[in-house]
Design a protein around this ligand. Sequence first.
Ligand code: C5P
Length: 215
Amino acid sequence: MAVALVVAAGRGERLGASGPKAFVTVAGRPLLEWSLDALRAAPSIASVVVAVPPGVEYPGAVAGGEHRSASVRNALASASAGADDVVLVHDAARPLLTVQLVEACVAGLAGFDAVVAAAPVTDTIKEAGADRVVRRTLDRSALWAVQTPQVFRRDVLARALAQEDAVLAAATDDAGLVEALGGHVGVVPAPRENLKVTTPLDLRVAELLLRERGA
Ligand code: C5P
């Protein structure tokens, strides 16, 4: 059994909403509630800890931090140790999470320090300088667009989050912090549908997909 940490403490400035992103209404409910449903229904999840923006009242939640990793660290600090010490981290910004993906990620941890849900990249990805001059085209067949859930051995995640604050502040995911320490990280194939709501367009797509699912 694993404990799940849901980070919902972002301000969501790119969405342009008036309040925190996790509480924006999508398909009739706060964004956060959709992924909580999937986690609560998943057989491998024993308990869930949510990190919300400081000052926001939410039952049983803890206050998030200045950056994403600080929110994960705060949530981990109040998560009870599970029987096999496995921790799943999920962004509240991904409301299309399914029980099936949660179970695949938890099962996928065997033999790794951490695993990440990820979808094969469908666009061609080029690297360019600030001058917009292309430096190179990456080999798409080896590229994955990384999502959450990300699942960790608890000791590995705790060590990753103990790195200095500048390292944590620059991280866009937790598995990257494990990689920085030389950890063995694996990929669990996931559907592109498990999208992250960042912009108003993402919110419209998520709304359509969630309504379709409920129909
Ligand atoms: O900014 P981005 O969309 O990548 O954020 C990913 C997730 O991290 C979101 O679910 C957001 O709520 C969370 N987050 C957080 N605490 C912060 C910043 C982001 O919990 N300080």
